[in-house]
Design a protein around this ligand. Structure first.
Ligand code: MG
Ligand code: ZN
Length: 221
């Protein structure tokens, strides 16, 4: 019985990965750079997306796929008000996005008119890491108030990403957070991980993140 269960799970994952590759080819065909943003709820996914849109919208054409577990369009409405295209994916209570949901989202976006697509995954530090969506990059947002032990508690997530944003650095004077402990945990799991400490609120550190995106966009042209 146990063997049968394992086989079924592997099939599900490989179907997801196949569709992720299809999404990746479609995005490549349109020269679009794309980011899958993962984080726990409240780490600042929507805030980072809105700041990024605000800074880049004059020169970069941006689309956002918003994953939510309920049919609330709060984040998608904010993205549209902020000046980008947005598609809302209601996962129907599911705790992560998968590549079929991204395929549906891409079908709703004007791909020939976009340079950058940002996917806001469901707030969750466990299973989103296991589902490739077909994006160019997988990014994780950690934030100071969540604490410095998260790499030790969620190794799968920290191992599976290409970029780490450490948000809310403006709260460092008020919250206990040991940078060395946090970063040592990160390095053990993912030695080459690029880290961007920043604050969406004060915009400290935002420049490096924006310059990095611009560099990635240039490579796609
Ligand atoms: Mg959000
Ligand atoms: Zn899940």
């Amino acid at each position: 019985m146990a063997t049968k269960k394992v086989t079924i799970l592997e099939n599900i994952l490989s179907a997801n990965d196949q569709l992720a590759e299809k999404n990746r080819s479609l995005l490549d065909h349109h020269g679009i750079f794309s980011i899958n943003i993962m984080a726990s709820p409240g780490a600042g996914k929507t805030s980072l997306i809105l700041k990024t849109i605000d800074i880049l919208k004059k020169t970069v054409r941006i689309g956002v796929i918003e994953g939510d577990t309920a049919a609330v369009t709060i984040d998608a409405d904010r993205v549209i008000a902020g000046g980008a295209y947005a598609v809302q994916i209601n996962t129907g209570g599911n705790c992560h996005l998968d590549s079929s949901m991204i395929e549906a989202g891409l079908n709703q976006l004007p791909l020939e008119q976009l340079d950058l697509i940002i996917v806001e995954n469901v707030g969750n530090l466990v299973c989103p890491a296991a589902f490739d969506l077909g994006t160019s990059i997988r990014a994780l947002i950690a934030s100071i108030p969540e604490g410095d032990d998260k790499p030790y508690k969620y190794p799968g997530m920290y191992r599976g990403v290409d970029v780490l944003i450490l948000n809310k650095i403006d709260l460092k004077p008020y919250v206990p957070f040991n940078d060395d402990y946090f970063l040592n945990g990160v390095r053990l799991l993912n030695p080459k991980l690029q880290v961007f400490p920043l604050s969406c609120k004060t915009e400290e550190g935002m420049d490096s993140w924006i310059e990095w995106i611009k560099g990635q966009l240039k490579k796609k042209v």
